[in-house]
Ligand binder design. Structure first.
Ligand SMILES: Cc1cc2nc3c(=O)[nH]c(=O)nc-3n(C[C@H](O)[C@H](O)[C@H](O)COP(=O)(O)O)c2cc1C
Length: 336
């Protein structure tokens, strides 16, 4: 039997295997993060901190303070009303991170979704101080302003990354949207601006329409294994072109086979959320076992021997022509 070594490296972190829990409600609390650690996750990404949520909570607290100050003159003279003794939303999230980083025994990567430049950099600094092993920038930006062009949007993201990199010492990765006009070029720009890692791809949740009320209806579906395809394509195109930048795959990972596919195209780690939400934290073990089992059956002992074997760079030829030919063959197939 082959001795299997699953060790990998992501964002400068040495991990025992490549299965990481991505940001989700499971990674919002200390208990949730510890459960994932106990189930064997190599690392977790904490649920995102959203700047507007923090700011809204702070404004609400301020309004309460002012209201209280008006009715109780002593409040402005040094008395603190009850609301102030409650910790702010940011403090609570930082405390969760601090305790999870201490207790989980695995790296806890913080996820940040900012709005303003100061928000991105100030919160990043506080996350670093609270014990984050790295920071993942969750860049969610719908270019709803039709006058904005693609390069402008790319530049904004790159500038956010540069600003965060300049304000922390821990590694910083960017969780990409798949909707940039030239994903590969954008990835290269991020790498040149100092990204330590890229996570492909974020999944967005667009509202449906409720035909009874004729209103947008917030809704979301868990992913399916078919959702690996876009990530596989881009992982395969990027692997070998980004120097030492780490690559994480996120979307559609439900089984060990999905983990193997992402590794074959070049991922350093493979993240899962939907499958863990559906099956519980223990499902981490199924993913790791599935990977190990596949490697044993194929006589592959290390991830280095597996990683990137099916990347476009390894395969050679013109990847654009290859993908075009696949597209043409499928759309003209008589079997369908
Ligand atoms: C309920 C839910 C909450 C999520 N919260 C976050 C979040 O806070 N930050 C983030 O970057 N991604 C978040 N995600 C996206 C996941 O981290 C992951 O990238 C995405 O679900 C694709 O992986 P999957 O196919 O394994 O579900 C969330 C996903 C779900 C389903």
């Amino acid at each position: 039997m082959t001795a299997i070594d699953l060790r990998t490296r992501y964002l400068g972190l040495d991990l025992p295997h490549p299965v990481v829990a991505s940001a989700s409600p499971l990674t919002r609390s200390v208990e949730g993060i510890c459960q994932l650690a106990d189930a064997g996750a190599a690392a977790v990404v904490m649920a995102s901190i959203y700047e507007e949520q923090i700011v809204a909570a702070e404004l609400a607290e301020l309004a309460l303070l002012e209201a209280d100050g008006g009715t109780h003159p002593e409040a402005s003279g040094g008395f603190f009303p009850a609301t102030v003794t409650e910790r702010s939303v940011l403090d609570q999230r930082l405390e969760t991170l601090r305790r999870a980083a201490e207790r989980a025994g695995i790296p806890v990567i913080a996820s940040l979704n900012g709005v303003s430049r100061a928000g991105w950099t100030d919160f990043a600094g506080q996350l670093e101080q609270a014990g984050a092993a790295a920071i993942e920038l969750n860049v969610f930006r719908i270019p709803a302003d039709l006058s904005e062009d693609g390069p402008h949007i790319d530049r904004e993201c790159v500038e956010v990354l540069r600003a965060v990199k300049a304000s922390v010492r821990i590694p910083v990765s960017v969780k990409l949207s798949p909707f940039h006009s030239s994903t590969g070029h954008f990835a290269l720009q991020l790498v040149q601006a100092g990204a330590d890692g890229l996570a492909l791809f974020n999944r967005f949740y667009e509202p449906d329409i409720d035909l009874a009320t004729l209103r947008p209806q917030p809704d979301f579906d868990l992913s399916t294994p078919a959702d690996v395809r876009l990530g596989l394509t881009w992982m395969s195109l990027l692997h070998g072109h980004l120097g030492h930048t780490s690559l994480a795959a996120t979307s559609g990972v439900w089984s060990g086979d999905d983990v193997v596919k992402y590794l074959l195209t070049g991922a350093d780690v493979v993240m899962s959320t939907s499958a863990l939400l559906r099956h519980g934290p223990q499902h981490v073990g199924v993913l790791v076992h599935g990977l190990r089992d596949w490697m044993e059956r194929h006589g592959i002992a290390t991830l280095d021997a597996l990683r990137g074997r099916l990347s476009a760079a390894q395969r050679g030829g013109d990847p654009g022509a290859f993908l075009r030919e696949q597209y043409r063959a499928i759309t003209t197939s008589r079997r369908l």
